[in-house]
Ligand binder design. Structure first.
Ligand SMILES: [Zn+2]
Length: 418
């Protein structure tokens, strides 16, 4: 168990390790509280002083730079219209990646990438990744892409289509499949910075006008029942998929805490599980039924924390978990667990439900090893456990030799030939 660095209260690494979060499961708020808010409340409670705007930043806040720049926009030339039409033409989307042999395990690495420069750096590491046995890369793109369909939603740092194509070609030559990711539903803000979608279109927010400066919340969500959301998001998914020539797409869907909010005219008083499943099913309809791609998502909202026994980030305490029986079974569930456990019951749980499962760890190496070892045993019994995914999060931002990172070099080779 991690501890808060100053008051030593229990703290959890949330799935991206971008900051530590105190254990505040409803004692203070209906939604989880950020590190800063928890810290402030602890201080407020101790000192009975008003909340200050001057807040020290958590230790894993480097990625906030991308969010600070999310508010930028740019003028788009009329020539983009033709390019956009080409991008949106179903026949123009490439789905060229060769399928992995059915017997091959998926030895994956998940990397957030914000711009071409980072993609070039990652490309230079691909030969070593391949030597490590890596055969899948999940590239979390989010709004860091040169969108032609919605240029107003392009982050300040961005990946171009040309560079994405080049990267994918290099990866493919080395036998590595590329799966892009766009965080859907949740993770629409980070700390005080709201992401491009809800900045440009605040009417799509599940809590419009609430939580000034994102105080008292973890991340914003879009309204899962607003049809305008999907009119915007689907072309963006198509563009990212086309750029990476993807036949698979990761939709995020993790750590959604704001859902069925009382302030939403569409969603208030509705079942959060049904709303969550509705969003998954809309994404599936587009990605799988229409675009013929494989869909992946994180699994935390589909697990009941009360029966699984873990915290609110790793598993659901906000009523979304019954959605597990309301969504298609052809979705690959990226079942992430970063803390050390002696048992990981979610793995057989998802398998028994009929999903293919991709266990996803992070660090420390001891926890990664424990999760991988149990997963290897499950793999021997059930090939629907497809492999192992090493997430890298903050490590990817500070480590220029990611391919040499121990969870990759020591865990993934164990999956060869399994
Ligand atoms: Zn809503």
């Amino acid at each position: 168990m991690n501890q808060h660095p100053t008051c030593h209260r229990p703290a959890f690494l949330h799935r991206s390790d971008r900051r530590k979060v105190l254990e505040c499961d409803g004692k203070h708020s209906a939604t989880p509280l950020s590190y800063e808010v928890c810290h402030q409340r602890a201080n407020l409670s101790a000192n009975m002083q008003p909340r200050s705007k001057a807040v020290s930043k958590p230790p894993h806040s480097k990625t906030q730079a991308q969010h600070i720049r999310w508010h930028s926009s740019r003028v788009v030339g009329s020539a983009f219209a033709l390019i956009t039409l080409l991008f949106l033409c179903p026949g123009c989307q490439s789905t060229l990646q060769k399928p992995l042999p059915v017997t091959e395990t998926w030895r994956g690495v998940h990397v957030p990438v914000r711009d071409d420069q980072q993609l070039v750096a990652l490309e230079q590491e691909l030969p070593q990744f391949a030597a490590d046995g890596v055969n899948v890369l999940v590239i979390e793109v989010n709004y860091n892409f040169d969108f032609k369909s919605h240029p107003e939603l392009r982050a300040a740092q961005y990946i171009t289509r040309a560079k994405a194509r080049e990267f994918t070609a290099t990866a493919r030559r080395l036998g590595i499949r590329v799966i892009p990711e766009l965080d859907c539903l949740g993770h629409q803000s980070w700390a005080e910075n709201t992401g491009p979608l809800l900045t440009k279109y605040p009417e799509l927010d599940e809590t419009p006008g609430k939580f000034m400066d994102n105080q008292w919340i973890y991340c914003r969500s879009w309204c899962p029942q607003n049809p305008e959301v999907y009119k915007i998001i689907f072309p963006m998914i198509d563009e990212i998929a086309d750029a990476f020539q993807a036949d698979m797409f990761h939709v995020g869907m993790d750590e959604v805490f704001i859902i069925a909010d009382k302030s939403c005219p569409r969603c208030h008083d509705q079942d959060p599980a049904k709303l969550f499943a509705e969003c998954v099913n809309k994404l599936h309809e587009h990605i799988v039924s229409e675009r013929k791609m494989q869909m992946l998502m994180w699994g935390d909202r589909l697990l009941d924390a009360h029966t699984m026994g873990n915290h609110m980030y790793e598993e659901s305490m906000n009523g979304t978990w019954p959605a597990v029986d309301m969504i298609p079974k052809d979705i690959i569930i990226c079942d992430w667990h970063y803390d050390y456990h002696t048992n990981y019951p979610s793995v057989p749980y998802f398998l028994k439900k009929g999903f293919r499962v991709w266990p996803s760890g992070f660090r420390p190496l001891e926890a990664t090893k424990a999760f991988s070892d149990q997963s290897l045993k499950e793999r021997a019994r059930n090939k629907n456990l497809i492999g192992y995914l090493c997430t890298t999060w903050s490590v990817a931002e500070t480590n220029n030799d990611l391919a040499a990172w121990p969870p990759i070099t020591q865990i993934l080779p164990e999956w060869k030939g399994k």
